[in-house]
Write a new protein. Sequence first.
Length: 249
Amino acid sequence: MIRSVAKIFRLLIVILSLALLWQLVVFMFKLPDYILPTPLAVMYTWIANFSLIWQQTQPTLAETLLGLFFGALTGIISALLLAMFKPARLWLIPVLVISQAIPTFAIAPLLVVWFGYGEASKVITATIMIFFPVTTAFYDGLRRTPLAWLDLAKTMRANRWAILWHIRIPAALPALASGLRVATALAPIGAIIGEWVGSSHGLGFLMLNANGRMQITLMFAALFSITMLSLALYYTMDWILNKTITWKM
């Protein structure tokens, strides 16, 4: 409990420090609102347009959570295939590298053409961004199982699947947790990129619409909501993982 309070307190200090720095930059360079609004102006706009921002947050949150689920599931399955089957490594590793070598912005328009302007294209964009860190982290954890544990299991005549389920997967869960933390931070970005390319709702759509109307303060208010959403998802995932995976390698 004390650790959680301390973590929240540190987060608030960081946010307030960044807001103060932001305010100083605006004050020192005398920047107009259409270049960089003050934090107070952004907060006022956020409160004044809360119903609109919350309405646009809901589809972005749904796309983010679905992308996180499918990305994590795809990553876990890919890592297990890589760890258990040597032929899979020959074919899947190039696919993993190619999926990250192509910029997300380059394939996002194609996903909109193929899957439409609905949630599907945004969820797939988020999934593509998420599954790579989950796959690499979990696969690395599966490869680093202590040899003494594996030797002991073989001495006790454990079969391949028993070793995987009872030894290799539990030993790799801390590494998977690290991958999931990274994936949680990336998930909203994937959804927002999909909304920028083509959408009629969501925080990404709100940002583009506000930018087109030169409502820069509203655009920053939407950006603030995206930041808060990312922080909330990250610390929620971190809390769940700390409660469920209590051991470390």
